[in-house]
Ligand binder design. Structure first.
Ligand code: LER
Ligand code: MN
Length: 276
């Protein structure tokens, strides 16, 4: 059987409020794409303030010039800037959250890329039952999954560690939720940083959720570039090969000690681990 080929991606944030977040390049899409290409990445993962803040025509030209793809587009600014979530008790806020994400889904689909629901999932708020919060999350993901499917792409749902949400922390629980609630066109984004906190075994979990897996955030235990922490990553890559994963390993990592060093370390680790 032909060997599966992984794809490399690096994060670019255009959101000022996220300057201390796990984004390698920040603030200037033109310069960030040039740098991503210079280091040899296949794609960029973009974290924009909103869909409106991006210019599709300019982005197509920029990607063409640098032979890059869009790996995914994050929606977290909806939470960071506007405090919108899919599980807020106020229906107006839930609706605004859906609209914010829907616009990013439509924009990303123009680049054959998925949008990501991470922090926009929210949490089980005080005075809300878990059952109710899960139902709101399921309703949101069902509708947004339909939108993604009708544009020919998937939507990515990301379980987060316990310090960021109390909804789903473990990938198998999230996969069971997607199946139980019949949520279509939604795949799992497995972030190795969150998994290191929550999973008993990352390789075994990846094998168990194989059919739901859509994207990987490629980060070490300390949220730094792969190799700058202590993650045992070889068995993880072996598991990804065994399950036939051929998607992105996308570096959602801190720009430490500086963006260039984080990018260089990521691509070095990517090549060494994958021989790609
Ligand atoms: C989003 O992809 C994520 O992993 C969050 O932990 C970032 O705050
Ligand atoms: Mn992540």
């Amino acid at each position: 059987m032909a060997r599966m080929k992984f794809k490399s991606a690096i994060t670019v944030s255009l959101v000022k409020e996220a300057c201390s977040g796990p984004f390698v390049f920040q603030g200037n899409l033109k310069r960030s794409c040039a740098q991503a290409a210079k280091f040899g990445f296949d794609a960029v993962e973009i974290f924009p303030p909103s869909a409106d803040a991006l210019d599709a025509k300019k982005l197509h030209l920029l990607l063409k010039r640098h032979r890059l793809k869009v790996a995914a587009i994050g929606t977290g600014a909806g939470w960071l800037r506007h405090r919108l979530t899919l599980t807020n008790p106020d229906i107006e806020i839930r609706n605004q959250a859906r609209e914010f994400i829907a616009q990013i889904i439509a924009f990303a689909a123009g680049f054959s890329a998925p949008a990501i629901v991470g922090s926009m999932q929210g949490r089980v708020e005080a005075d809300v039952s878990r059952k109710q919060a899960e139902s709101w999350l399921a309703e949101g993901l069902i509708e947004l999954g339909k939108r993604a499917g009708s544009c020919g792409v998937s939507l990515l749902y990301e379980p987060l560690n316990r310090y960021e949400t109390n909804l789903f922390n473990r990938a198998e629980d999230a996969a069971a939720f997607l199946a139980r609630r019949k949520i279509r066109h939604v795949k799992l984004l497995c972030d190795l940083f969150h998994m290191n906190i929550e999973e008993a075994s990352i390789p075994e979990t990846l094998r168990a959720v194989a059919k739901h897996l859509g994207h990987i955030h490629f980060a070490d235990t300390n949220r730094r570039a792969m190799g700058f922490g202590h993650l045992e990553v070889k068995p993880i890559v072996e598991a990804l090969r065994d399950i036939g994963y051929d998607g992105y390993l996308s570096a959602e990592v801190l720009p430490l000690p500086n963006p260039e060093a984080a990018a260089r370390q990521t691509i070095r680790a990517f090549r060494k681990l994958t021989n790609d």
